[in-house]
Design a protein around this ligand. Structure first.
Ligand SMILES: CC(=O)SCCNC(=O)CCNC(=O)[C@H](O)C(C)(C)COP(=O)(O)OP(=O)(O)OC[C@H]1O[C@@H](n2cnc3c(N)ncnc32)[C@H](O)[C@@H]1OP(=O)(O)O
Ligand SMILES: CC(C)C(=O)C(=O)O
Ligand SMILES: [Mg+2]
Length: 514
């Protein structure tokens, strides 16, 4: 297996995503997460860009160990000197100098001819080399550069001391065959190409950044530049988690792998998403919420029989605790029975058929089916029997700076019970405490949520709750236009289940499954 160097540019190109700016403390946190992920190179920023960027590169260079830290610079002395000033405290520094080479950039942006581009590139690399041994050179917009000229520039940059030549598809214009061809041509036609690592830096404007990077690897690239969650300029960069898992999963084909500690992929993705505020789409490969979730009954049945029927990666290998078999309108009996077992019920035969029929009807009306819904369908305890507590009335008072108080009246059969509780952490807590007093059952609330089940001003609120009692988990569900009432009904629903016994073993409990 060939080892592919992972050059992470989340803190530089990733930060160029509109709205993704990070402060110093946040950049340090991301940098440490990248070290834990075992990336090979961290591009920490563009030091000339601002005093903040300079400070971030300097701080990261001083703080992280066991990884190369890189700073970006244009091909001019001021940028390169400033980059070195920021990087000199690093255990293992790299200066990355770039200069655009395509005809469009030469003519309209830089206003330089080919000879000047080569001269400036060589001067830039040589100046950087005077500071540090690891020099990366990027001919910006390489994918739109005439291939003969690209070969010339790359050869000159290597001769000047570049140890990595990075081939950017700056505007995401390449296709896999094109990108693979560029890398192959460089390997065939640049005489000193063996003296440098060929890298690739693909943008995602046509959604092909990962595919183009893989094509580059297939044709001999030894480094891939990428970002967590694929963030970056415009449509972003090659996504780190996708390229890494593509190589790991299809090592049989690519004969290449990385050093990445893949169980850190999802935690790092979540960190970057929460810091930048750039949410990950649900169906995003590897790190999206749905990446290891199955709703279709046929798939769920297959998964329950043998995981590899529908999963090519193990969730734990990317940092997801386990596969999620989501119950919804596309689910079948196998998944329903499996969830029922996990919730502490054993149903089969006619009972399973009846619950399944009711489940399908509910699933046609509701987008998401919660564990509380399943429990309610199975034991049919949502409709009160004689031994069930039923809410007759409630009153809750809370004003600023005053302790809350709640009065609740419950009925059980013909009998009526009322009580009041003063205190608690808020009105709901006060209400729950009175219900505990009346039912003489003490529980701990493990999870609680309110969802809207219809739209508009008069939307129905649905509350779902999970409580723990003597090592078992019980679920409750309540619906009302008033969310306080919905929550109280959910709590009473759960308390009725506590009174009935059974429940799910705490060791089987998946928090947040309501
Ligand atoms: C493909 C990429 O991702 S490249 C990195 C892009 N990232 C960024 O631009 C983020 C940080 N950038 C910045 O903060 C600012 O653009 C700065 C501080 C670097 C420069 O700001 P300014 O001096 O005001 O220049 P401005 O951004 O307006 O224009 C860029 C200048 O750099 C020149 N330039 C662009 N690339 C290069 C290069 N690789 N080498 C030398 N000069 C370059 C442009 O021709 C232009 O020069 P001109 O003003 O003589 O026409
Ligand atoms: C600086 C270079 C490598 C870049 O980000 C690009 O060309 O996209
Ligand atoms: Mg880029």
């Amino acid at each position: 297996m060939r080892n592919i160097t992972i050059f992470d540019t989340t803190l530089r190109d990733g930060e160029q995503s509109p709205g993704a700016s990070m402060n110093l403390a946040e950049k340090l946190e991301v940098a440490q997460a990248l070290v834990d992920l075992k990336v090979d190179v961290i591009e920490a920023g563009f030091p000339i860009a601002s005093p903040g960027d300079f400070e971030a590169v300097r701080a990261i260079a001083g703080a992280v160990k066991g990884v190369q830290v890189c700073g970006l610079a244009r091909c001019n002395p001021k940028d390169i000197d400033r980059a070195w000033e920021a990087l000199q405290g690093a255990e293992n520094p790299r200066i990355h100098v770039f200069l655009a080479t395509s005809a469009i950039h030469r003519e309209f942006k830089l206003k330089m001819d080919k000879a000047e581009i080569i001269r400036r590139a060589v001067e830039g690399v040589e100046r950087a080399k005077g500071y540090c041994p690891n020099i990366e050179f990027s001919p910006e917009d390489a994918a739109r550069t005439e291939v003969d000229f690209l070969c010339e520039v790359v050869e000159a940059a290597i001769a000047a001391g570049a140890t990595t030549v990075n081939i950017p598809d700056t505007v995401g214009y390449a296709t896999p065959t094109h990108m693979g061809g560029v890398i192959r041509t460089l390997r065939e036609r640049v005489p000193n190409i063996d003296q440098a690592v060929i890298s690739v830096h693909c943008h995602n404007d046509l959604g092909m950044a990962v595919a183009n990077s893989l094509a580059a690897v297939e044709n001999g690239a030894g480094q891939v530049e990428c970002t967590i969650n694929g963030i970056g300029e415009r449509a972003g960069n090659c996504s780190l988690e996708e390229i890494v898992m593509a190589l790991r999963t299809r090592g049989d084909y690519y004969k290449a792998d990385t050093r990445i500690h893949t169980p850190r992929l999802v935690p790092t993705s979540r960190l970057v998403s929460s810091i930048t505020g750039l949410e990950v789409q649900r169906n995003k490969a590897i790190v999206g919420r749905n990446a290891f979730a199955h709703e279709a009954g046929i798939h769920q049945d297959g998964m329950l029989k043998e995981r590899s029927t529908y999963e090519i990666m193990r969730p734990e290998d990317v940092g997801v605790s386990k596969t999620d078999l989501v119950l919804g309108k596309h689910s079948g009996r196998a998944a329903l029975a499996d969830r029922a077992t996990a919730l502490g019920y054993a149903i089969e035969g006619k009972e399973l058929d009846d619950v399944f029929e009711a489940f399908k009807k509910l699933a046609d009306k509701k987008k998401e089916i919660y564990d509380a819904d399943i429990a309610a369908l199975i034991d049919k305890r949502t409709s009160a029997g004689d031994d069930q507590w039923v809410l007759a009335s409630y009153e809750v008072k809370m004003t600023k700076d005053q302790v809350p108080s709640a009065t609740v009246t419950l009925k059980r059969g013909e009998e009526t019970f009322a009580d009041t509780f003063f205190g608690g952490d808020g009105p709901l807590d006060a209400l729950f405490r009175v219900v505990e007093k009346i039912t003489d059952l003490s529980v701990t609330v493990r999870d609680y949520a309110v969802h809207s089940v219809s739209q508009g001003k008069d939307a129905q609120g649905e509350s779902t709750i999970e409580v723990e009692h003597e090592g078992k988990i019980y679920r409750g569900r309540g619906v009302s236009t008033d969310t306080v009432e919905a929550s109280t009904l959910a709590f009473i629903n759960a308390m009725n289940r506590v009174a009935a016994g059974g429940g799910q073993d705490l060791s089987e409990y998946r928090p947040g499954a309501v």
